[in-house]
Ligand binder design. Sequence first.
Ligand SMILES: [Zn+2]
Length: 291
Amino acid sequence: MKKKMFVFVIITCFLTILLFNQKTANADIVVQNQFKKEAYGSDPWFSIVKNINKGAPVDDKITKAHIPNANIASEKKPKPPIKKEHPKKIAYITIDDGPNNSIDRILSILDKYKAKATFFMLNDNMKYHKNAVKKMTKSGHGLACHGVTHDTNKFYHSPTSAAQEMKTCFATLKKISGKTSVVMRVPYGSKPYMTTPYRKKMDEYGYKMWDWNIDSLDWKWLNGPKTADFTINQIKNMKKAGITPIILLHDKPTTADALPKILKYLKDNGYEMKPLTNDMKPYNFWNLRKI
Ligand SMILES: [Zn+2]
C-alpha cells in the first residue's frame, strides 16, 4: 500500500511540474507575439521576413531576423506612391503670311500661354516689321520662310524660281534675326505644285518643306470663335488617333481673336507648344507620316 501511495505522489508531482512548464511556455509565446506586434505592426517588410523564415523555429525568427532591425522597422516612414510620368503631348502652331499688323497681339498671346509657334514669313513683310522678327527671335519662336511673291505663277514658274524665292527670304531672315533657318513652307501648300523636280531643287538647297495636318480655315471664316471651334474639333480627333497636330493659321486679326481659346484648350489638355526646328524631319503632303 505504501508503495502504491509513493508511486501516486511521484506521478502527481510529475504532472504538476509538466503543467507548470507548459504554462510558462505559453506565457513566453504571448510575450514574443506582443513584442512582434509592437516592433513591426503591419509593416509589409515584416511579412516578407516572415515568409523567408517560414519553417524556422519561433526562437530563430525572433533572434535572426527581428531584433537587429526592430528599431529601423518601427522608424521606417511609408514610401510616397510612385507617380507615373506621362510623356508630354506636343502641338505645333504655325502662322503664315506675316508679319502683319496683328503680330504684336499674336506674340503677347503666345507669351501669355507660354506657347512657341513657328512663323512662315514673307520676305517684304519681314523687312516692314523688323522689330516683330527680332521679338519672335528673342522669345524662341520658330523662324521660317514662305517666299517672296506668294504668287502661284511667279513662285511655281520653275524649280529654280521657287528655290530662289526661298533663298532671298532666308537671306533677309538671317540679316534681321541673325539666325540661319532651312524651315520653309511653300505658298498654298506643297500639293499639287511641288512635283519631283521642284522637290529635288529644294533638297539641293537643303531646305526642309513643311505642310500641316490641321487647317484652321481661318482665311475662310474670318471669325475668331468659328476658327477656334473648328480647330479644336480637329485637335480632338487627332488626339484620339494619337497624332501630333501641326496647325495652319495665318497672321490675321480674326486669327489673333481665336488664338487664346485654342491655346487654352491645348494647355488644359497637356500639350506643349513647341517650334519647328532645322534638325526635324519635315512633314509634308509628299511624305505623310505620323509625327
Ligand atoms: Zn501663305
